[in-house]
Design a protein around this ligand. Sequence first.
Ligand code: HEC
Length: 107
Amino acid sequence: MPFALCLTFAGCVEKSASINTDSSPAAITFKRNCAVCHKADGGGQILNGVQVPSLRAERARKASDEHLSNQIANGGGGMPAFGGILSNAEIKMLVFYIRQELQSSDK
Ligand code: HEC
């Protein structure tokens, strides 16, 4: 059912195809909730005048897992809080996805 929502979200399928063929739960969660701002490859962008940071940049690479999961759960600085939307397990999976997929190489 959440995946069906993704299919109705303009650009979601297209974006997911542009990074890689990863269809793991974490990849799907990222594409559905995060890619709209951070882009499917995590590269970030300026959106409505707000700088959405790259999750592959030095700052995010050096930040602790705890810092990343706190930001995801609590939001702030223009990012919505996902603590009430995603479970702790999903947030952990996203941090793992950021480390393994987005930060592992300069895609
Ligand atoms: C509405 C746009 C928006 C969405 C959706 C969004 N973010 Fe963000 N995100 C931001 C902005 C803006 C910041 C910068 C916050 C700051 O600098 O204080 C940010 C910061 C972050 C950071 C901290 C990066 C750093 O360098 O410290 C992480 C990690 C992050 N987002 C992950 C995610 C994940 C994972 C999702 C999906 C669950 C997500 N974001 C969804 C806009 C968004």
